[in-house]
Unconditional design. Structure first.
Length: 61
């Protein structure tokens, strides 16, 4: 399994839009990294996305 997700994959995992994902990054809720070889593409660590999802689920309950 790949340790990184694309913006679309991360947004789908969190159940949010890509625009909201970018807002999370802007607010410091999630970090992104530059993708090698692609000028503007970003990637997201699967573990960090999963941790954010777990925190969101805890708040809902």
């Amino acid at each position: 399994m790949n340790d990184y997700l694309t913006a679309r994959e991360a947004a789908e995992m969190l159940g949010i839009s890509v625009a909201t994902l970018y807002a999370y990054v802007s607010r410091g809720m999630l970090q992104s990294e530059a993708t090698e070889g692609k000028s503007r593409a970003r990637r997201y660590r699967r573990g960090e996305v999963a941790a954010l999802l777990a925190r969101q689920e805890l708040r809902r309950n």
